[in-house]
Design a binder for this molecule. Structure first.
Ligand code: MN
Ligand code: MN
Length: 356
């Protein structure tokens, strides 16, 4: 029986296939995967290790921080700072760029990460994850600042996430397709179990936080009301809805079986352009989704082309099955040009919500 490839073998194989990658890059990804294994172990102990519950403070974005947010951030920093492959790091949990301590050598890559995504789900034992994005540091920059991280998503060298569910998986793209690895806990290695993941172009499943409905823009209301109208509506088919409130778990479902995820722009807090952060949430996931044949849009443009203006910038996110994402982007375009045709289901005529 042939042995399945480990993540390390896979990365070295890719490196041999495509020029440009270096041994340093392989070593960097080895540190990233070790950070994910360490976090998987912490999460697996759960309440036994006393790691559940809220931390003392808030993070830089005024969000409630869980103890595990702080611990996972620390694991990412400690596991990745020493290897000599990074010029700097940026984390959801840190206001500014993390400089590599002077006692360690510096490298040519930048690592941006969300050490623990979906952390509000920890105490209820629902899947959470870690998201990471690798960028190149510009030549000649010895002391990277936030500005060095503000690159379009198209510049990513690599992106991926780990999902800590019933099994721990790591899903990765180096720009040549998307590949999923499952952690074999007995040998401590990620094993290639899901090569060449592809997202079907069509779907009849969508995920959105419907409690925000009253804040949505007309194109989003139009799309969802058409889905809800089901077989008798303009889409002529019934849809299912999912909502896990863990971005990693939502994207993972879409990579496994298709679907659509939206956290669109809304008018709940006009100061925020969206909910998810561009550099270490939206951008790496958009890279994965596009590499798997799906699409990722803000509604008004490709996420990978949205130039970040700050480290913690937020963006609207619409991603998944290509035909659906393109349809919603078209609805935004029609709305912005004043030529949209809002759908008004007889079911909802009584409700002002769907009458635009
Ligand atoms: Mn997150
Ligand atoms: Mn987080």
């Amino acid at each position: 029986m042939p042995l399945k490839s480990t993540l390390t073998e896979f990365i070295i194989g890719e490196q041999r296939k495509y020029s440009g990658a270096t041994g340093g890059f392989t070593a960097l990804l080895n540190d990233v995967q070790l950070a994910c294994k360490r976090i998987a172990k912490l999460l697996g102990k759960g309440a036994l290790a006393g790691v559940h519950g809220a931390a003392e403070g808030e993070n830089v974005q005024g969000e409630r921080q869980m103890k595990l947010d702080v611990m996972a951030n620390d694991v990412f920093l400690r596991t990745n700072e020493w290897g000599g492959h990074l010029a700097a790091m940026a984390s959801e949990e840190l206001e500014s760029v993390y400089h590599i301590p002077a006692r360690f050598p510096r490298g040519r890559y930048l690592l941006a990460f969300d050490p623990l995504d979906g952390s509000s789900n920890i105490d209820v034992n629902v899947a959470v994850g870690s998201i990471f994005s690798v960028l190149r540091c510009a030549e000649g920059v010895s002391e990277p600042t936030a500005r060095d991280f503000l690159q379009a998503g198209t510049e990513q060298v690599c992106a991926g996430y780990a999902i800590y569910g019933p099994t721990t998986m790591l899903v990765l793209t180096l720009g040549h397709g998307v590949h999923g690895f499952t952690l074999d806990r007995e040998i401590g290695e990620f094993i290639l179990t899901h090569p060449d993941l592809r997202i079907p172009a069509e779907t009849s499943e969508f995920a959105i936080n419907a409690s925000n409905e009253r804040f949505w823009e007309p194109p989003v209301k139009r799309y969802i009301s058409e889905c809800l109208a089901g077989r008798g509506g303009p889409r002529a088919k019934d849809f299912n809805m999912r909502w896990i409130a863990s971005f990693v778990a939502e994207v993972h479902r879409i990579l496994m079986r298709g679907g659509l995820f939206m956290y669109p722009k809304d008018n709940k807090d006009p100061a925020k352009a969206g909910r998810l952060r561009l550099l270490y949430e939206a951008s790496p996931m958009a890279f994965l989704v596009e590499q798997a044949g799906g699409a990722a849009s803000t509604g008004r443009g490709r996420i990978l082309e949205a130039g970040p203006e700050s480290l913690h910038q937020r963006v609207p996110v619409i991603l998944g099955s290509k035909q659906e994402v393109e349809r919603i982007a078209r609805y935004h375009g029609e709305h912005d040009r004043g030529v949209d045709q809002p759908f008004s289901s007889p079911l909802f005529n009584e409700r002002t919500l769907f009458v635009q």
